[in-house]
Design a binder for this molecule. Structure first.
Ligand code: DGI
Ligand code: FE
Ligand code: FE
Length: 189
């Protein structure tokens, strides 16, 4: 699917603010894909659709998680996690995207997972550092992303977990598994 058609579909699903965020993720993901040798078209498509399900009613998301056999432990954690797997499902069903690399990048963009693909890493990171993001620590991750994708990703995952913990929020186990996996694979430095 071409960029303009994809953007049109997504715009209908999002608020203006979230649409601007999506454009930022798209530009950032394209740039990271060029830098780190990922498929640029897949990065563009995954970025455009990554928050497709963000504003679906909770009841609809819950129903999809159960009926599609997605991990139901998601329902015990922050509902903010749900739009990622539900988005992967709806983007295939409603936008006709069938590329499993793209769908997985959408599916895992919030929690990450151990053994993330290059494309999954790029979408996670682009979501975190796109130019519209303003929070403590984001500039440090932006700088790291220019040098080392895994190092930047680790910092982003770590910051997300710390942020949730500081607010006494639950942390979905996959976020910890992602963190551990990145630490183990970081190498000696
Ligand atoms: O959809 P976005 O706002 O662009 O960003 P996102 O999909 O990365 O994350 C959405 C929210 O999900 C964010 O407010 C933090 C929350 N979140 C991310 N990981 C976890 C989480 N919430 C819980 N409870 N546990 C997590 O592991
Ligand atoms: Fe998201
Ligand atoms: Fe996002």
């Amino acid at each position: 699917m071409e960029r303009e058609a994809a953007l049109k579909l997504v715009k209908e699903q999002l608020t203006e603010h979230r649409y601007q965020h999506t454009l930022g993720v798209m530009e950032t993901a394209i740039s990271l894909a060029n830098q780190y040798g990922a498929d640029v078209k897949k990065a563009e498509l995954a970025a455009i659709f990554h928050d497709y399900a963000k504003f679906r009613p909770k009841e609809e998301m819950k129903e999809i998680i159960v009926s599609q056999g997605f991990p139901t432990d998601l329902l015990d954690y922050n509902s903010e996690l749900w739009h990622a797997p539900v988005g992967a499902y709806l983007v295939e069903k409603e936008a006709g995207i069938t590329d499993s690399d793209v769908l997985d990048a959408i599916r895992f963009h919030t929690s990450g997972r151990p053994g993330m693909t290059l494309l999954e890493k790029i979408i996670y990171l682009a979501d975190y550092i796109e130019p519209g993001r303003h929070f403590p620590g984001v500039d440090e991750v932006r700088d790291m992303a220019k040098e080392n994708l895994d190092r930047a990703l680790l910092k982003a995952v770590q910051n997300t977990i710390l942020f949730l913990m500081k607010k006494n929020q639950t942390v979905y186990p996959d976020s910890f598994y992602t963190y551990n996996d990145l630490v183990k694979n970081r190498g000696i430095d």
